[in-house]
Design a protein around this ligand. Sequence first.
Ligand SMILES: *Cc1c(COP(=O)(O)O)cnc(C)c1O
Length: 498
Amino acid sequence: MAQLLYKSTRNDKNVVTASQAILQGLADDGGLYVPIEQPTISLDFSELQHFTYQEVAYKILAAYYTDFTEQELKTCIANAYNEKFESAEIVPLKEVGEDHYLELFHGPTIAFKDLALSILPHLMTTAAKKNKVANELVILTATSGDTGKAAMAGFADVPGTSIIVFYPKDGVSKIQERQMRTQRGENTYVVAVDGNFDDAQTKVKELFNDQALRQELANQNKQFSSANSINIGRLIPQVVYYVYTYAQLVKKAAIKEGEKINIAVPTGNFGNILAAHYAKLLGVPINQLICASNTNNVLTDFFATGVYDRNRPFFVTSSPSMDILISSNLERLIFEASGKQVEVTKQLMNELATKGTYQVYPDMKEQFADFYAGFATLEQTNMAIHQEFDRYRYVLDPHTAVAKAVADRYKKETKDQQTKMVIVSTASPYKFPEVVVHALDDSITAKNEFDWITQLYEQTSLPIPTAVSELYQLPIRHTREIAVGHMRNCVKEILSIE
Ligand SMILES: *Cc1c(COP(=O)(O)O)cnc(C)c1O
């Protein structure tokens, strides 16, 4: 197969191999690496329906990561998708009423980021060897709740790596906070930041581009890398489950081979839905991609008007992993819609950085026809949880409920009732037990987070995942709390840089 190279969305001359792109995360010109062309592979679903998850993963990763050997990819896949997942299928598909839910929460941290973050450390350390990098890889990441934990679970005690996670102090759930603060691994560091997710993420990006800091790290044989969803080492493994799911729908005879489906994705940083878009470009028959937001609805407005405007109030909602005003991965779609023009992308992203807003050119907006965007309020989210349980005894987490609410609005508005709808289910309800119990019955009270878990079990009989049941036995290992302005110093202190 011909070598597939990647280039930065902001510089035509910044061209790298897949393994180099994985190692670097963000390009040093501030851009994101994109495949120069989408690979051309044949997706024969009469054959693919008999593939295991791991076999589909190999087919897709081999198409994108052409400088990895077959043996390397198969080892990475075997290390990632194994008993760490509580389901042998890895991503079970549940038929509920007229919809299908793609359950991406059976991994070690019971949220969808496990799918990418369980393989990323293996891709990265393989990429380091391939590129003769002897430096220790320092993973620096900002999290809106789930990424941080999933990244630490992936990187904990992986030789040659360490990981520092920043999370917004009041922007994550109690369970998420406890999951992070109990993280094992001598190479893991967790820091609560006095600010919201965007503050932390903006600062992390600054640290990545801080040449002086990079030099200080290099002097100590260390270098930064990113586990955030901008890394193509995360994006591409997410393409896998869309291909696998389509194959499973064919296998179950829920659709005929070639029949188009809709996919509704609860969206924050635009990584998961971009992976679905890549799956469509690869040849998965997809009609509409439904981009679902909570009241931080910057993407809903963007797709409606072509204007991206982050200058708006920030809301802490019941779906905190989507409380995001800057959806980083959108840059890749902007780049594509511009006809792959780095100057246009750079200009718009500079406007975003300086003014907090930009408007795409009219011909770019036409490229977004595959996307339908909408948002759900807190009330609508709770209603979705309530109704789905009432009707089908199926329990939604608040993120998935946002997608369900928007998917229903799509059907009503467009009258597209016949296309099969796959709703992407991104977290276990046990990650947000208080929200879910309240949505089911707002008269229930509980004393603490543990009580809410018990209540959720009593209300629904949904089995409690191991990741939750063990949580209250583990000791708190991380207690750092700092102001956003101190993040740079904090990194230096952790890494013992004077
Ligand atoms: C991260 C996350 C999302 C948003 O995914 P993006 O790829 O950032 O759009 C949605 N739901 C949950 C539970 C998440 O953890």
